[in-house]
Design a protein around this ligand. Structure first.
Ligand code: SF4
Ligand code: SF4
Length: 179
């Protein structure tokens, strides 16, 4: 038997234990009540979604962990996570889930909920503002390369008024416009 110095130490853990008092069970119900959330609770944490995900190795929270966090009710952690915004929407996880959990669509739902709470990364917010103000995500400017490529020196201006009117009356327009 190994001798100890009498000072009991807790066993080492790789991650911080979850503080159960902060869990919000209504978050799971909220996601489950959405059209994509039907099969959420069928997840059995097989990690197939994470194995299929091309970007999961860059993430602190892997796809199977995000799903588990939703089931547990870790609302703040999920809606504040960078992972939901970095998802490539490639559907690899969703296509392979043996339980038909709509992982990609659920991540989309989380993005919508996060946006409604104002939790939008600055880069995404700026892109949405460009779309709202200019009707384009990327404005193509006059450039010497255009001449080299035998293109018109400048793009004809876009008429974006109708588009902007529509967008301002959408949820995206209202959120980005700060309403
Ligand atoms: S593949 Fe499906 S069942 Fe497996 S962990 Fe991911 S969501 Fe859960
Ligand atoms: S849709 Fe998102 S979470 Fe799913 S595999 Fe692609 S990048 Fe990963």
């Amino acid at each position: 038997m190994t001798e100890t110095d009498g000072s009991e130490r807790p066993p080492a853990t790789l991650i911080e234990p979850i503080d159960m008092s902060t869990l919000d069970a209504s978050f799971r119900r909220e996601i489950q009540s959405m059209p994509d959330g039907d099969e959420l609770s069928a997840c059995f944490a097989c990690t197939t979604c994470t194995a299929a995900c091309p970007i999961a190795n860059q993430w602190e929270y892997k796809p199977h962990q995000l799903i588990r966090m939703i089931i547990l009710g870790m609302r703040d952690e999920v809606l504040s996570s960078k992972e939901i915004w970095e998802c490539l929407t490639c559907f690899q996880c969703q296509e392979r889930c043996p339980q038909k959990v709509r992982v990609t669509d659920i991540i989309f739902d989380c993005k919508n909920l996060a946006a409604e709470e104002g939790k939008i990364p600055d880069a995404i917010r700026n892109l949405a503002r460009e779309l709202l103000e200019k009707g384009q995500l990327y404005v193509i400017t006059a450039d010497w390369e255009r001449e080299d490529l035998d293109l018109e020196p400048e793009l004809p201006g876009l008429s974006t008024e109708e588009f902007k009117t529509i967008l301002r009356n959408t949820r995206t327009g209202r959120i980005v416009g700060g309403e």
